[in-house]
Design a protein around this ligand. Structure first.
Ligand code: NDP
Ligand SMILES: N[C@@H](CC=O)C(=O)O
Length: 416
C-alpha cells in the first residue's frame, strides 16, 4: 500500500487528552509502605502487614472469561503494592453482584469456578447503583472495569465518566459503534476529568491504540493502517487446513475463549468493524459505523440474522454447512496458489474495508501464529516501510492484563 494523506481530520494528539492515559502524569504505586514484623517473616509465623490505602476503588462488571481472568490477576497481586492499590468493592454479572470494602478476588473466583453457591444480590445488578458502590471517603480514584459484551453497560460509560468515575473496558460497544456514543464518551471524560481505558478493545491489550496516539502526540500524521484485528479469525485461519469442518474449529475457538460470547459477532465481521472504527477514529478519521465496508463470513440465509447478538454465550456457532463448504473451496483455491486466507481490515484514503483476502505467504500480513493480531501503520514517519505491531490478539489472560494495565495507570495518576 502506498502512503497518502487519508485523514479527513488531522489530529495532533488525542481528540480528548483524557482518553490518552499514557500522556498523563504518573505517581508510582509501588512507593506504598509495607509493614511486617521482622521476626514473623523470618520464622514463618503470622506476618502482620498493613495494606496501604488503596489508590483506586474498583468495580468489576462481568465474571465470564475475561472477568474471571481479571479476578485471577488481582488475586495474584494479593499482598503486593499493586494489589493494595486497587480495592475491589463491587463484582457483578447480569444476575447480581457482591459488594464489600475490600472483596477478596480469590474468594469470588473460587466460588465461581468451584460452582459452590455464589449468591450475588440481584438487586445490586442494577447498573445505576454501581456508582454508589464506589462512593467512599479518601482521595481514591473510582474505576469501573467493563468485562461484559453488553450494550446496556456501554450505554452507561459516558454517564459514569461525567460523574467522575474512570472507565476501563474490553467491550468495543462504547467507542466502536455510533459516532454519537463515541463523541459522548469523549465529551463526558473531558467534563468529568476522567479517563477512558480502551487498550483492551483492540488487540486485546496490544499497544496498538497507544502507538497511534503516541505517534500523533509526537507530530506524526497517520496515512493508512491495515491488519489482522481478529484473534479468533486469525486462530481459525492459522489452524484451518480444509480437513476438519470450519464449524468444528469455530467451536474450539469459542471454548478457548477467543471468540465473542456469540461467535457470530466475529464471523459476521462486526467485531472487526468495531476495531477498525476505534483505530480509525483514534487516528483522526471519524468514520460512521456504516461507512466501513464489511464482508461477512456468515451465510446470509443462515441462522444468524436479526437477533440481539450482545447477550451471553450461546450454543449456536452460526456456521452453516454451506459456509463449511465455501471455506473449504476458498482454502483449496488459495493453497493451490501458495496463498493464505486472512481476514484483513484496511483504512486508506478515508475508506475502511473488512474482508477475507488471499495473501501470498510472503506478504507481511500473512505471517503470524495462534491468535496473533498484526497492525501495519503508514505515517509521515513510516512512509515506505510501515510500523508493524504483532502479538496475541485474543484470550482472557492478555485481555485481563490489558484492562488492569489501564486501571493501574489511572490508579497511579494524580487525581485532578
Ligand atoms: N475473549 C477475548 O479474547 C476478548 C474479549 N474482549 C471483550 O471482553 C468482553 C467480555 O468477553 P467474555 O469474557 O469472553 O464474555 P463472557 O460472555 O464470557 O462474559 C460476559 C460477562 O458479562 C456479564 N454481563 C452481561 N450483561 C451484564 C450486565 N448488564 N451487567 C453486568 N454484567 C453483565 C455476563 O453475566 P452472566 O455471567 O450473568 O451471563 C458475563 O459474566 C467482550 O466485550 C469482548 O468483546 C476483548 C478483547 C479480547
Ligand atoms: N473475539 C475477539 C476477541 C478480542 O477482541 C477476537 O476474536 O479478536
Amino acid at each position: 500500500m502506498s502512503a497518502g494523506v487519508v485523514g479527513r481530520l488531522r489530529v495532533d494528539g488525542d481528540v480528548s487528552p483524557r482518553l490518552n492515559a499514557s500522556v498523563r502524569s504518573e505517581r508510582r504505586a509501588d512507593t506504598h509502605v509495607r509493614t511486617e514484623t521482622a521476626a514473623g517473616s523470618q520464622h514463618g509465623q503470622h506476618v502482620h502487614r498493613t495494606p496501604s490505602e488503596p489508590s483506586a476503588r474498583v468495580a468489576l462488571l462481568g465474571t465470564g472469561n475475561v472477568g474471571k481472568a481479571v479476578l485471577d490477576r488481582l488475586a495474584g497481586w494479593d499482598g503486593t503494592p499493586r494489589g493494595d492499590s486497587l480495592a475491589l468493592v463491587h463484582a457483578g454479572n447480569s444476575r447480581g453482584a457482591l459488594r464489600g470494602e475490600r472483596l477478596c478476588p480469590a474468594d469470588i473466583k473460587r466460588r465461581l469456578v468451584d460452582g459452590s453457591p455464589w449468591q450475588p444480590d440481584p438487586a445490586l445488578a442494577n447498573l445505576s447503583g454501581v456508582a454508589d458502590a464506589l462512593a467512599g471517603t479518601g482521595p481514591a480514584h473510582r474505576i469501573i472495569i467493563d468485562a461484559t459484551a453488553s450494550g446496556e453497560v456501554a450505554d452507561h460509560h459516558a454517564r459514569w465518566l461525567a460523574q467522575g468515575i474512570h472507565v476501563v473496558t474490553a467491550c468495543k460497544l462504547g467507542l466502536g459503534t455510533t459516532l454519537e456514543r463515541w463523541q459522548d464518551i469523549h465529551d463526558a471524560a473531558a467534563h468529568g476529568s476522567t479517563r477512558y481505558g480502551d487498550s483492551a478493545t483492540v488487540g486485546a491489550g496490544l499497544p496498538l491504540l497507544r502507538n497511534i496516539r503516541d505517534l500523533q502526540a509526537g507530530g506524526d500524521t497517520i496515512h493508512a493502517i491495515a491488519g489482522v484485528l481478529s484473534g479468533s479469525l486469525a486462530w481459525l485461519f492459522n489452524h484451518y487446513d480444509g480437513k476438519k469442518p470450519f464449524s468444528e474449529l469455530v467451536d474450539e475457538a469459542r471454548q478457548a475463549g477467543y471468540t465473542e460470547p456469540d461467535p457470530r459477532e466475529d464471523l459476521s465481521g462486526d467485531d472487526v468493524r468495531r476495531k477498525i472504527l476505534i483505530l480509525a477514529r483514534a487516528a483522526g478519521v471519524p468514520l460512521a459505523s456504516d461507512e466501513v465496508e464489511v464482508e461477512s463470513l456468515l451465510d446470509p440465509a443462515g441462522p444468524e440474522t436479526g437477533q440481539d447478538r450482545h447477550g451471553a454465550r450461546g450454543e449456536d456457532t452460526g456456521v452453516s454447512p454451506s459456509l463449511d463448504a465455501l471455506l473449504q473451496q476458498l482454502h483449496r483455491a488459495a493453497a493451490a496458489k501458495g496463498e493464505q486466507l486472512r481476514y484483513i481490515a484496511r483504512l486508506h484514503n478515508g475508506r475502511a474495508t473488512v474482508r477475507l483476502e488471499t495473501l501470498d505467504a510472503t506478504h507481511p500480513l500473512a505471517s503470524g501464529a495462534g491468535t496473533d493480531n498484526k497492525l501495519a501503520i503508514w505515517s509521515d514517519r513510516y512512509r515506505e516501510q510501515p510500523l508493524v505491531i504483532q502479538g496475541p490478539g485474543a484470550g482472557a489472560e492478555v485481555t485481563a492484563a490489558g484492562l488492569l494495565d489501564d486501571a493501574l495507570r489511572i490508579a497511579r495518576s494524580t487525581p485532578d
